[in-house]
Design a protein around this ligand. Structure first.
Ligand SMILES: [Zn+2]
Length: 245
């Protein structure tokens, strides 16, 4: 009798677990990040609809970063922020806003260094220090990496498990700091699967991002993180190393 009861309880427990898993799966697809054992939420997206990954480098910088995050939240979009580790302390509010909006953190080194000019130990240190600074604020690590200036040495992929991400559309916002030019650059060139490079350091970039976020959403684009793009597309241009484990 005791054995039967035990069996029944086990069956019941399995059924409850199965129903729970099914219910969770219907809402959000979760991918386990094996590098950190953290969960990286990958949303349920429509693979038939176009996707674009907006990416912002060199921040955070409150007056710009916060405007971009707000604009994304208004349309239910997400983006990837390639943060500079040394800029995290003192700008915790921006970091928390990025995390709360479900956006992704990318590693852009601690001191924005040219990785081609650094040895292995220094590179590893730069990446680790950025993760430590981020973890202190939001308990998360970066999940993608972009080398500053897009410069890297051949051995970079041996020093990290993260996907190494470049871009397919460069707005050159840092150079011209002109809202209209950044917007035009994106809207004239955008296609499904693009990774767009901007910098959340300049006010004209905040304005451009606000316009681009609205325009792309109106055109039917899903605004996604780089990791979401990698999860939903078999091949993604602008990715140097996929490192998908
Ligand atoms: Zn940079």
């Amino acid at each position: 009798m005791v054995i039967r009861l035990k069996k029944l309880l086990t069956v019941l427990a399995c059924a409850v677990l199965a129903i729970t898993l099914l219910a969770c799966g219907m809402g959000v697809v979760m991918a386990i990040d094996t590098r950190t054992d953290d969960y990286v939420p990958i949303r349920q997206l429509d693979p038939e609809k176009p996707m674009v990954a907006l990416t912002f480098d060199d921040g955070p910088y409150g007056p710009v970063t916060k405007r971009i995050v707000k604009a994304l939240q208004e349309v239910g979009g997400r983006a990837t922020f390639f943060v500079v580790g040394s800029r995290i302390e003192g700008r915790e509010e921006s970091i928390r806003m990025i995390a709360d909006a479900g956006c992704e953190f990318g590693n852009h080194t601690y001191d924005h260094v040219n990785l081609r000019s650094r040895g292995s130990t220094s590179i590893s240190e730069q990446l680790k220090k950025t993760d430590e600074a981020l973890e202190k604020v939001v308990g998360r690590r970066t999940t993608v990496l972009r080398p500053p200036g897009g410069t890297y040495s051949k051995n970079l992929s041996t020093l990290t498990d993260l996907p190494i991400v470049l871009w397919t559309i460069d707005t050159m916002d840092w150079s011209h700091q002109n809202c209209a030019r950044s917007v035009k650059r994106v809207l004239d060139n955008v296609h499904d699967g693009d990774i767009i490079l901007m910098h959340d350091l300049f006010l004209p970039t905040a304005e451009a991002a606000e316009k681009v976020i609205v325009a792309l959403t109106e055109q039917g684009y899903q605004l996604v993180t780089v990791s979401e793009l990698l999860a939903y597309r078999d091949s993604v241009d602008g990715i140097l190393v996929k490192n998908d484990g």
